[in-house]
Design a protein around this ligand. Structure first.
Ligand SMILES: NC(=O)c1ccc[n+]([C@@H]2O[C@H](COP(=O)([O-])OP(=O)(O)OC[C@H]3O[C@@H](n4cnc5c(N)ncnc54)[C@H](O)[C@@H]3O)[C@@H](O)[C@H]2O)c1
Length: 288
C-alpha cells in the first residue's frame, strides 16, 4: 500500500458520488490510500455506514467524511460541496460516479429488456435527474472553487456507447449519453484554467450491485470494480494536468505498462467528435 503521507494525492480533497456502491467503494479506498481526503457522497445511508466501517478496518478512516446526498437535488449537491470544503478544503477532485441502474425498474432487465410502457414519466424524470443532471449539479456547485484555485479534476463515469444506444435500455442509456456530451463541452469550457474534465468507463458490465444476479452473467466474467482505480488515480494525480477531454476504458488499462503508457493506450477523445460538425453554418463557422 502507498504511504498516504507521500501518496500521489496527498493534500488533495476528493468528492465522490455514488461512493457507497460497487465502483464507489473501490474509488474511496483507492484515493484514501493515495493520501487524498475523501468526502464520500451517496443517497444510501446504510451503505455509507458500512463503507465507514470498512475504511476503519483498513485504517483509512482518518481522512474520510460521509455525507448523505441525493444528487438529483441541486440543494443537496451544493450542501455536500460546502460541507466538504468546511471539513477538508477544496474539493480539488470531483468524481461523478453516482447513478441509478435499470434494475430499479425490473431486476431481470438484462435477460428481458424493458419496453417504453414499463417506464413511468416519474421514473424517466428520476433517472435523468440522477444520471444526467446530478453530474451537472455537482460540477456547478464545485467549479468556482476549482477555478479560483486554478486546479481541479472532474471525472465523469458514463458508459459504453453500446449501452447509450442500446434499444430498450432507457432511461439509463440516453441519460449517460447526455452526460458524455456535457463532459466534452465542459472539457473545452475549462481548458487552460487548470481544471481538467475526463470520462472513465469500465468497458462492459462489471461485478457491482448495478448488475443484479438476475442478469444471468457468470460473475467471474464481469469486470472487477477495482479496475476503475488505476485510471482514476492517474487522472487525479496527473501533475501536468494536460490530460483533458479524454475518455478512458478501465478494462483496457494494462498494469504491466508504466502509468503514462497505460493511460495513452486506453484513451480516446470524449464522445463522438468526428461527427461534431455542421454541414451548414450561416456566415462560415460557429464562434469558438
Ligand atoms: N456496473 C456496471 O456494469 C457499469 C457499467 C458502465 C458504467 N457504470 C457506471 O458506474 C457508476 C457506478 O456504478 P456501480 O456499478 O458501482 O453501481 P452501484 O449501484 O453499485 O453504485 C451506484 C451508487 O449510486 C448511488 N446513487 C443512486 N442514486 C443516487 C442519488 N440520487 N444520489 C446519490 N447517490 C445515488 C447508489 O446508492 C449506489 O451506491 C455509475 O455511474 C454507473 O452508471 C457501471
Amino acid at each position: 500500500m502507498a504511504d498516504p503521507e507521500r501518496g500521489q494525492l496527498a493534500g488533495r480533497t476528493a468528492a465522490i458520488t455514488g461512493a457507497a456502491g460497487g465502483f464507489g467503494r473501490e474509488l474511496v479506498f483507492g484515493l484514501l490510500r493515495e493520501g487524498a481526503a475523501v468526502a464520500a457522497l451517496d443517497i444510501d445511508e446504510r451503505r455509507l455506514e458500512s463503507l465507514k466501517d470498512e475504511c476503519s478496518e483498513r485504517g483509512l478512516a482518518a481522512r474520510l467524511a460521509t455525507f448523505r446526498t441525493d444528487i438529483s437535488r441541486y440543494e443537496d449537491c451544493a450542501e455536500a460541496i460546502s460541507r466538504t470544503r468546511a471539513r477538508f478544503g477544496g474539493p480539488d477532485i470531483l468524481i461523478n460516479n453516482g447513478a441509478m441502474g435499470m434494475s430499479v425498474i425490473r431486476r431481470d432487465h438484462m435477460a428481458r429488456l424493458i419496453d417504453i410502457q414499463e417506464i413511468s414519466p416519474e421514473m424517466w424524470d428520476r433517472f435523468t435527474a440522477t444520471n444526467y443532471s446530478g453530474a451537472w449539479y455537482m460540477t456547478r456547485a464545485a467549479i468556482d472553487g476549482m477555478l479560483a484555485a486554478g486546479w481541479g479534476r472532474i471525472v465523469n463515469v458514463t458508459t459504453s456507447f453500446f449501452t447509450m444506444l442500446r434499444t430498450r435500455f432507457h432511461p439509463y442509456g440516453p441519460a449517460k449519453a447526455g452526460m458524455e456530451a456535457m463532459s466534452a463541452g465542459h472539457a473545452e469550457e475549462f481548458a487552460g484554467t487548470g481544471v481538467t474534465v475526463n470520462v472513465v468507463v469500465p468497458g462492459g458490465p462489471a461485478d457491482t450491485p448495478m448488475v443484479p444476479e438476475e442478469s444471468g452473467f457468470d460473475r467471474q466474467a464481469l469486470i472487477a470494480p477495482s479496475a476503475m482505480v488505476p485510471p482514476m488515480v492517474w487522472l487525479c494525480a496527473q501533475a501536468g494536468g494536460d490530460a483533458t477531454g479524454h475518455r478512458y476504458i478501465a478494462a483496457d488499462w494494462d498494469s504491466s505498462l508504466e502509468p503514462d503508457a497505460a493511460a495513452a493506450a486506453c484513451r480516446a477523445p470524449i464522445a463522438w467528435p468526428d461527427l461534431a460538425h455542421n454541414p451548414v453554418w450561416p456566415g462560415g463557422r460557429p464562434a469558438e
